[in-house]
Design a protein around this ligand. Structure first.
Ligand code: AMP
Length: 472
């Protein structure tokens, strides 16, 4: 199957080819023809499956004809975080370059004035986080009754972040006669109910989780004594075939300490976590992208959703408490067809967490000792010439394909919403008892986003990638 078989316009096919893609991913192959036929869709797919293009491509063709009016967007894409919203906007830029569609991004942290000006001109595509959208809607700055197409992306993450009431309200503001596409990595009952209520005769498409399906990520559990984690890591970074690595820790303090320790040992490493302001985080990611550092120590929240090509290794320095975080973490490697290796350090205390992870991905991960892990990992195919080890600068640079440069900071909780838990998961003093994702109560499941950086206002210039030409 090729993209040409899906019913897309020649202009789109050109843009897709120029993006370097020739074969649609399963979600694209299944969704695109149905979206073009104006069907509602429930897509059970997560990032990494190519799901963004599965709605962006047909939307561009559907919206190709028709005109936008002031303050009345013709389509709306809801994203849980501004980082994901920016990533989707990037996709529109990339695939829509031969169309004359206008787009606006409504997200926290970017000047409201520019966003309002864009809306005032009229937009074909509005990409928004629910909080900022509701805010502007409440102030009469935006009308949704001209929106004939709605995408609710990452619905389960919306649930985690407490956005479902907002989404329900937004749905009631849109015309009943519309096309609705809902994407979610999982289908907890609340999301199912949402779909039942707001979608009409949807086609359900389910694609495998990239983590479980991904044969190009070699996964290993590395048995390690908790006191020997640092030594083991240093050894593995030197001896395994590491060109570039993201190292995940459960707490911000661990991220900081580990980065310092790696730097002391001569590694070229950087760190991102929620206590680092956005400007610095962008700069840090830029250093990683440029190859100035080849190791990035990260918290879950700060690194989620990053689309970085060429990351050869993911290290879970701490086994993640939440099984879905495991899937997100290891998905930072093995991207875009390349292979990658994911090592998870496990101590005795991690037994339950590992059990939950294996249940979620539906497979047992091979357990090895550190030395064995180094010896047994598959070589990384696409990554560049063999990595210089340890202290030497590396040859390959990771390529940041989409310029995501900040954490998925949640919008500020709206006044009507019950307050979220006050403790930060990253700084939690003790390991919380965590049930597998499907069973965990929504509001308790995730409180990590709230402490992770300021919600409004970039601490630095608005990055280039958010300065789209609104009339592109
Ligand atoms: P997504 O699941 O939308 O976040 O996409 C994951 C990654 O796959 C992104 O880097 C996309 O650019 C890339 N991608 C999207 N469609 C394709 C395709 N048909 N072939 C190869 N890579 C793709």
């Amino acid at each position: 199957m090729t993209f040409a078989d899906l019913g897309l316009s020649d202009e789109l096919l050109r843009a897709v080819t120029e993006s370097g893609y020739d074969t649609p991913t399963p979600i694209q192959a299944q969704a695109i023809p149905s979206v073009l036929m104006m069907r509602d869709i429930i897509g059970i797919a997560q990032t990494g499956t190519g799901k963004t293009a599965s709605f962006v491509l047909p939307m561009i063709d559907i919206l190709a004809h028709g005109r936008s009016r002031a303050r009345m967007p013709r389509s709306l894409i809801l994203e849980p975080t501004r980082e994901l919203a920016a990533q989707v906007a990037e996709n529109f830029e990339k695939y829509g370059k031969y169309h004359k569609l206008s787009m606006a991004l409504l997200i926290g942290g970017v000047s409201m004035g520019d966003q309002l000006a864009a809306l005032e001109k009229g937009v074909d595509v509005l990409i928004a986080t629910p909080g900022r959208l509701m805010d502007l809607f409440g102030r009469g700055k935006i009308m949704l009754n001209g929106c004939s197409m709605l995408v609710i992306d990452e619905a389960d993450r919306m649930l985690d972040m407490g956005f479902i009431p907002d989404i329900e309200e937004i749905c009631t503001k849109l015309p009943a006669q519309r096309q609705t596409l809902l994407f979610s990595a999982t289908m907890p009952p609340v999301i199912k109910k949402l779909a039942d209520k707001f979608l009409s005769n949807p086609k359900s498409i389910e694609v495998a989780r990239p983590a479980s399906a991904s044969i190009n990520i070699t996964q290993r559990l590395v048995k390690v004594d908790s006191r020997k984690k640092r030594d083991t890591l240093s050894k593995m970074l030197r001896e395994a075939d590491v060109t570039s690595a993201v190292i995940f820790c459960n707490r911000k303090t661990t991220v900081r300490d580990l980065n310092k320790s790696l730097q002391r040992d001569g590694f070229k490493s950087g760190e991102i976590h929620g206590d680092i302001d956005q400007g610095s985080r962008i700069a840090e990611l830029e250093r990683f992208r440029a190859g100035t550092v080849n190791i990035l120590v990260a918290s879950d929240v700060a690194a989620r959703g990053l689309d970085i090509k060429g990351v050869s290794h993911v290290f879970n320095y701490d086994a993640p408490w939440h099984p879905d975080d495991y899937v997100h973490r290891i998905g930072r490697t093995g991207r875009a067809g390349a292979s990658g290796v994911a090592y998870t350090f496990v101590t005795e205390a991690d037994a339950e967490a590992i059990d939950n992870i294996q249940k979620l991905i539906g497979t047992k991960i091979e357990v090895v000792g550190a030395a064995q892990a180094i010896a047994s990992a598959e070589p990384v195919e696409e990554a560049a010439p063999r990595a210089p080890r340890g202290r030497k600068p590396r040859a390959a640079k990771p390529v940041v394909e989409t310029p995501v440069a900040e954490e998925p900071a949640a919008e500020k909780p709206r006044a009507a919403r019950p307050p979220r838990a006050q403790t930060s998961r990253e700084e939690a003093p003790a390991r919380p008892a965590v049930a597998p994702r499907a069973e965990a109560p929504a509001r308790q499941r995730r409180n990590d986003h709230q402490d992770d950086g300021p919600d409004e206002g970039w601490n630095g210039p608005v990055p280039e990638f958010l300065n789209f030409g609104f009339d592109a």
